[in-house]
Write a protein that binds this ligand. Sequence first.
Ligand code: NAD
Length: 258
Amino acid sequence: MTTAATRLKDKVCVITGGASGLGLASARRLVEEGAKVVIADLDEVRGQEIAEELGGLFVRTNVAEEEDVKNLFATTVEHFGRVDVAFNNAGINPTDDNSILTTDLAAWQKVQTVNLTSVFLCCKYALTHMVAQGSGSIINTASFVALMGAATSQISYSASKGGVLSMSRELAVQFAKEGIRVNALCPGPVNTPLLRDLFAADPVQAQRRLVHVPGGRFGEPEEIAAAVAFLASDDSTFVNASAFTVDGGITSAYVTAE
Ligand code: NAD
């Protein structure tokens, strides 16, 4: 019988952005369920600490650099013999990406490179190994803003997440017969350093967003990690090409209760 403690037994999971927020909570959850994790992040100090805490491997990676990403998946396979799950999750949300009228080309391109080109690279090099194995689950972190428009615009961020969603869908359709699933995870606003740095620390800014969430609160990283564990596991073998929303209902809400 599969239990929570063994659902991911010996599955080798690569987690980009694993040193903070959603990646960190997911790394902890995957290990709790029996997985072996590879933490890939720019932050060498935290990345190394977390890998040690979890008995995993840290590979210093800039997901925007092709050689780094190639090395990440090659090192994973060298070390663990396979790669079962790629949680392509690292992303940024800088404040100089805002209204199209005030966002310059450099700010646009930086977000496209870190949030979208990175997912292209991670899928490419994960798939190289997964196709050879004939199995794998790829989970790409998009966002609820891939599905909705915001007047408080972050134009490149939203466009990058839309790109992650459609790229995931296309790869899912192309590789389904090779035993590989690809899903786009679409979290709602979650209480992580990324969100706190951006607006959650300011009560007025936070309230402007919270009014749209039916439950009136931001999500917690552990609530997203539970979905990641499901998508990583064989409990989700018929979940493919999805926009997997874990969003407290924000994408279905028109007017919320007072
Ligand atoms: P976070 O800032 O807490 O963590 C992001 C991690 O990615 C950090 O450890 C950082 O060092 C790493 N990183 C950044 N750039 C990198 C690069 N070039 N190469 C390697 N690592 C890099 O953020 P988070 O809130 O956990 O966000 C994780 C993902 O979830 C992002 O893709 C984000 O867009 C998405 N997301 C977050 C929310 C939210 O509300 N927090 C909602 C929807 C989607």
